[in-house]
Design a protein around this ligand. Structure first.
Ligand SMILES: NC(=O)c1ccc[n+]([C@@H]2O[C@H](COP(=O)([O-])OP(=O)(O)OC[C@H]3O[C@@H](n4cnc5c(N)ncnc54)[C@H](OP(=O)(O)O)[C@@H]3O)[C@@H](O)[C@H]2O)c1
Length: 328
């Protein structure tokens, strides 16, 4: 793969983090940005050195210099925008959750394959060096019996919700809610480590818009049970604990940061950490670029399988819990 020349969709905080990573990474650069407003587009382009600013998405998608589109719009727009990009011959890096529904994710994957293009899920967890450590150390704790994952992050948008202003992330129109946003990371880590559970049930706290502001998901695996707590309306001490018959793994910072991994067994305790940079998106951009430059299609496919499984579980749990997005 030659130089990755990005065109971005969206101008939220995540785009800034990703573009900071792009600036620090060889083999990838920002070619163009798309925003609905010229002013925001110019600001983004100026800050991260893009040559072009578009306010018409079709213009971005027909830019011949751009070979990858980074989709960082509200959840409900990912499918349409990623599809349009693939149809225009562009590779796509899509923010999580790739799509609210499994059928849409599968359609995008099939379309990318049919056109010989790449579709990448931008979930940071997949690119963190400490994920490999967790996978490597897992056998040392013996048969896993219990998993507890907690990610609670009080959102300024929750304050807005309480004040009567419904932003995209709490709107069923934009496929919002805590499960799609925050608890997603707990689910992703579980599926990346253990595969699909046999059964998954979500117990949400639902707000007046009909989506969840926090909740607990219980995943039943053949040999163990896993509890996933996520919140946008509280905050707490985030961590993941995987308990086995011979010891446990304690992951600091929760499922999206995987900051430090402690392995505790009867023989003693050891800490592991291959992430000296606290910016998780730095690793995401670095490792995603390496993966693309190495044409590591095997990892891309394996990651997509995790993505589709996560989306399938999210969709089923959400619908069973009565959280329906506009049009469902
Ligand atoms: N990987 C991570 O760690 C991480 C972290 C945060 C968010 N995310 C994901 O990134 C995505 C974006 O999140 P966000 O919080 O930035 O979302 P957001 O603020 O609701 O929207 C993102 C961007 O989309 C555009 N947009 C907003 N409303 C729109 C509308 N009604 N129609 C068309 N475009 C609209 C805006 O860009 P313009 O005004 O420039 O057009 C906005 O900056 C989500 O899918 C989220 O799950 C991922």
């Amino acid at each position: 793969m030659n130089q990755i020349k990005l065109g971005t969709i969206g101008s939220g905080f995540i785009v800034h983090y990703i573009l900071k990573g792009v600036k620090a990474t060889e083999g990838i650069c920002l070619e163009a940005v798309y925003s609905r407003t010229e002013e925001k587009g110019r600001e983004l382009a100026g800050k991260y050195g893009a040559k072009k600013v578009y306010t018409d998405l079709d213009d971005l998608l027909s830019d011949k210099e751009v070979n990858f589109i980074y989709v960082a719009s509200p959840n409900n727009m990912h499918y349409e925008q990623a599809r349009a990009a693939l149809l225009q011959g562009k590779n796509v890096i899509c923010e999580k959750p790739m799509c609210p529904r499994k059928v849409e994710a599968e359609e995008l994957i099939a379309l990318a394959e049919e056109r010989g293009l790449l579709l990448i899920d931008a979930t940071p967890t997949a690119f963190l060096p400490n994920l490999s450590i967790i996978k490597e150390k897992l056998p040392e704790i013996g048969r896993v019996r219990l998993v507890m994952s907690c990610y609670s992050q009080y959102s300024s948008r929750y304050d807005q919700l309480l004040a009567g202003n419904v932003t995209n992330v709490f709107s069923p129109e934009f496929a919002g809610g805590c499960l799609q946003d925050i608890n997603y990371y707990n689910l992703y880590l579980n599926v990346a480590l253990f595969g699909k559970p046999e059964k998954a049930v979500y117990y949400p706290n639902i707000c007046h818009t009909g989506v969840d502001t926090s909740g607990i998901a219980i995943l039943q695996y053949p040999d163990f049970v896993s509890e996933c707590t996520g919140a946008k309306d509280t905050w707490g001490d985030n961590s993941v604990q995987i308990q086995g018959e011979k010891g446990y793994l304690y992951i600091e910072g929760g499922p999206n940061g995987l900051e430090r991994v402690r392995l505790v067994t009867k023989e003693g305790e050891t800490s592991y950490d291959q992430q000296d940079n606290p910016d998780r998106w730095f690793y995401e951009v670095q490792n995603m670029t390496k993966m693309l430059q190495a044409e590591d299609y095997d990892t891309i496919q394996k990651n997509l399988k995790v993505t589709v499984d996560v989306i399938e579980i999210l969709e089923a749990m959400r619908k069973e819990a009565g959280i329906l997005f506009t049009g469902e």
